[in-house]
Design a protein around this ligand. Structure first.
Ligand SMILES: Cc1ncc(COP(=O)(O)O)c(C=O)c1O
Length: 451
């Protein structure tokens, strides 16, 4: 038999702590600013939106944070997830590279998102919160939070970006199975939604708009809190369970990654997979860490590092991040989870410090690589994951040219079982490639709040 393909940990070997990169970053994050005063925001400014325990996790510089036992118990529904050597993909590409993927599609909702939905719902429950409002792009986050909320007996309302609401009706059904209320965004249920619709009645929505709606609902009701599926420090922290498991699994494989890659939307799966390895890079070890984003929404590769709002209407604190401008509404690509104007401040700072790299690809080339992966490895990836697979294929083909047998590791952040209409359109040759024009980019950047 050929060499081992899948590397598993037992439930007992699942990490007991999350890793906080803030402990090891060469330069600290710039402080978040209050949207009105433009002064550094304190814990009380976030209190209407988040439970205090998550606010503490947002700012702590402690290296290791204990994972509560009730959270670890729910994690065992799907964790630890497998690390898999992609022998069949290697063969199909004819590359001397060794390719591994960590597979997060085995979770109850088919992606990495429950890794943070569960602890977020748990900390809200501990502080007596009865209702959580959130946004969702592709529906991966909304269904994950719905799953976590029903587990802890919390009501959940999800503002779903309208284009995904229409493209992915089954994701909506999944959220409803878990008891959530799902509203297409922009909606007429909030002032933020009404304002957007007044300007553009046919607006297809964006994550930034849906965030404005969910934040407004939470800010207006003392029994409701808001929850975000990406971008924030505590979200990235919870996702580090992915990379911490992978680190142990690479020991089992007796191999070490030279190149680590993640798909990039707001930054959570990329960070969760790569940050535990990045701490060794910060300590001097040689490796490349690459974020792969859509050319239609090129936040890291073409955005500006500046203070901007996390939402479209300007209700959130201002954070220093790479941004395309909070008014930017990305084209309706099928990787709905990657259509966000901003980036996680932690990822942005690490990019500024040259510890990570970023690349951008168009959707047709990503679907081509996703199809190649599906045919050879047997898993149909989420369109978001197509971006990481394509970046891995590009690196593997470089190895083919140079003859180097590098170890390429990527995070297969989700399966695409709810995305068949996207594959159908791709196979019928009907997908359009979008690339942001310089003119549109400059127009959106001109609206940045000068701080
Ligand atoms: C499968 C999948 N991958 C990636 C992302 C992008 O989010 P993030 O960058 O926070 O991992 C999403 C977001 O919805 C997603 O559903």
């Amino acid at each position: 038999m050929k060499k081992q393909k899948r590397f598993y940990l037992t439930e007992k070997e699942m990490p007991e702590r999350w890793y906080n990169v803030q402990a090891d970053m060469p330069n600290p994050l710039k402080p978040a600013l209050h949207p009105g005063t433009k002064q550094p925001a304190g814990p009380q400014d976030f209190a209407p939106l988040f439970p205090m325990e998550l606010i503490k996790q947002e700012v702590t510089t402690e290296r290791w944070i204990q994972i509560p036992d009730p959270v670890r118990d729910i994690y065992t529904l799907w964790r630890p997830t497998p690390l898999v050597r992609a022998f069949e993909l290697e063969k199909a590409l004819g590359t001397p590279a060794r390719i591994y993927y960590k597979y997060e599609g085995v979770s109850p909702t088919g992606s990495h998102k429950p890794n943070t939905a569960v602890p977020q719902a748990y900390y809200n429950k501990m502080e007596g919160v009865e209702h959580i409002a959130t946004e969702t792009g592709a529906g991966q986050w909304g269904s994950s939070l719905a799953f976590a909320c029903q587990h802890f007996g919390i009501k959940c309302t999800v503002f779903m970006v309208k284009v995904s609401f229409e493209q992915k009706p089954y994701r909506k059904n999944l959220m409803e199975i878990f008891g959530a209320k799902v509203i297409a965004s922009p909606s007429t249920q909030t002032d933020a939604g009404k304002k957007i619709l007044a300007n553009d009645p046919s607006c297809t929505g964006s994550l930034g708009i849906a965030i404005s709606e969910a934040v407004e609902v939470a800010a207006k009701d003392p029994g409701t809190r808001y929850s975000l599926g990406s971008v924030l420090n505590h979200v990235l922290l919870h996702q580090t369970i992915i990379g911490l498991e992978a680190e142990q699994q690479f020991l089992l494989a007796e191999d070490e990654p030279d190149i680590l890659i993640g798909a990039f939307g707001g930054g959570s799966n990329f960070a969760g997979f790569t940050f535990p390895f990045l701490r060794h890079k910060i300590a001097g070890k040689k490796m490349r860490v690459i974020a792969s984003e859509p050319a239609a929404c090129p936040t890291l590769t073409r955005g500006k590092f500046a203070y901007d709002f996390g939402d479209t209407v300007g209700l959130t604190p201002l954070v220093a991040m790479h941004t395309l401008g909070h008014n930017f509404v990305p084209s309706a690509i099928h990787a709905g989870g990657l259509r966000y104007h901003g980036a996680a401040p932690l990822v942005s700072q690490l990019l500024v410090d040259n510890l990570i790299e970023a690349v951008a690809y168009k959707q047709n080339e990503c679907f081509a690589s996703a199809m190649l992966f599906a045919k050879n490895e047997g898993i149909v990836p989420a369109p978001e994951a197509g971006h990481v697979i394509h970046a891995a294929v590009v690196e593997a083909l470089k190895c083919k040219e140079s003859g180097e047998s590098k170890v390429i590791a990527f995070n297969l952040c989700g399966h695409g079982h709810f995305d068949m209409s996207a594959y159908q359109a791709y196979m019928a040759g009907g997908l359009k490639d979008f690339e942001l024009s310089d003119k549109e980019l400059q127009e959106n950047l001109a609206a940045l709040p000068g701080v």
